[in-house]
Design a protein around this ligand. Structure first.
Ligand code: PRT
Ligand code: ZN
Length: 296
């Protein structure tokens, strides 16, 4: 690993389900990097940071050890790691809204299941033994956890285990293997994490800058800019309807006394229903526009 006291190190998955999204997020945050896919690292050209392309399983360790100050990883991998630690050496900064999946317990179609008690004494194959173990404990069940690193869905057919505990997104893999989900164990999405290790002074400020930019990107995904006109009497009701808008700007309309333009950043999705409510409250000329960049 490179050691450079002035540059941040950001760990992202080299290739897999999170890599494209992770790169896109950093790109949206204004980081320009070389596109080479076979490299282990990439220098960000316009920000003091280097990207480290690694296996997702290594990201919690790299960030906890402080080898990388930041990382993007699935909560499933992070939680499995964290359960093996005495205290967390990382902090979660943001939920990123991609890589969504659910760790589920599943069994062959014909297996009877009437709640966690049905797992008593069973063999369960999984790549997430710690998360599964803590689920079993919470439910007061004792079962044998069989650790597998891949192809977990084959375990029942190979008679390695009667149940599996694996990630599901569309459910197609379960179906193709004659399995049905019986229980949700853990919901996951990609998260941005930061080391809890002391960070060199020179990097602290850069880290905050990076975080503000990423928060800005995440905020714009939902946010919209709304513009509308309204009479003075309608203003109170209209500003109350605007979803997640703080302190809208209200400007007098030229040549129309008693009428105002209302401009607001709405931090929540704006639905047709909201627009109809605004209209009913007396708003006219309502415009909703996307926001490209935002720095909070
Ligand atoms: O090489 P490296 O170790 O970095 O990658 P990997 O093979 O361990 O991970 P990868 O790229 O498969 O997944 C990275 C992360 O994406 C996971 O840790 C999750 O946080 C997230 N993710 C989201 C998923 C899925 N969806 C997913 N569907 N990870 C795995 N799957 C697998 C699942 O294990 C099962 O085999 O997809 C199959 C089920 O998918 P459906 O759509 O058929 O239900
Ligand atoms: Zn992995």
């Amino acid at each position: 690993m490179l050691v450079d006291n002035a540059r941040l190190h950001i760990a992202i998955q080299k290739s897999g389900r999170l890599s494209e999204y992770s790169r896109a997020l950093l790109k949206d945050a204004g980081l320009r990097m070389a596109n080479g896919k076979n490299e282990l690292t990439a220098r960000v050209e316009n920000f003091p940071a280097d990207l480290m392309f690694v296996r997702d399983d290594d990201i919690p360790t790299f960030v906890s050890d402080g080898v990388c100050e930041f990382g993007i990883v699935g909560e499933n991998v992070l939680q499995e790691f964290a359960l093996g630690e005495s205290e967390p050496r990382f902090e979660i900064l943001a939920q990123l809204g991609f890589g969504r999946c659910t760790l589920k317990l599943a069994a062959p179609e014909a297996t009877a299941y009437e709640g966690p008690a049905s797992l008593q004494g069973a063999r369960i194959a999984t790549s997430y033994p710690r998360i599964l173990q803590s689920f079993l404990q919470e439910n007061g069940v004792s079962a044998t956890v069989v650790k597998m690193t891949g192809a977990v869905e084959l375990a029942p057919r190979l008679q390695i285990a009667g149940f599996i505990c694996d990630l599901v997104s569309t459910g197609a893999t379960l179906e193709a293997n004659g399995l049905r989900a019986v229980e949700t164990v853990f919901e996951s999405e990609a998260v941005l994490i930061r080391t809890r290790k002391a960070v060199a002074e020179a990097k602290l400020e850069q880290g905050e800058r990076l975080l503000r930019r990423i928060e800005g990107v995440l905020a714009t995904k939902e946010s919209k800019y709304i513009m509308l006109n309204a009479s003075e009497e309608a203003l109170a009701q209209i500003t109350a309807i605007l979803p997640g808008a703080e302190a809208p700007t209200i400007l007098p309309l030229h040549g129309r006394p008693g009428h105002f333009a209302v401009h607001a950043v709405c931090q929540e999705s704006v639905f047709w229903e909201t627009l109809q409510k605004l209209k009913a409250a007396g708003a006219s000329a309502i415009l909703v526009v996307p926001i490209e960049k935002m720095l909070m």
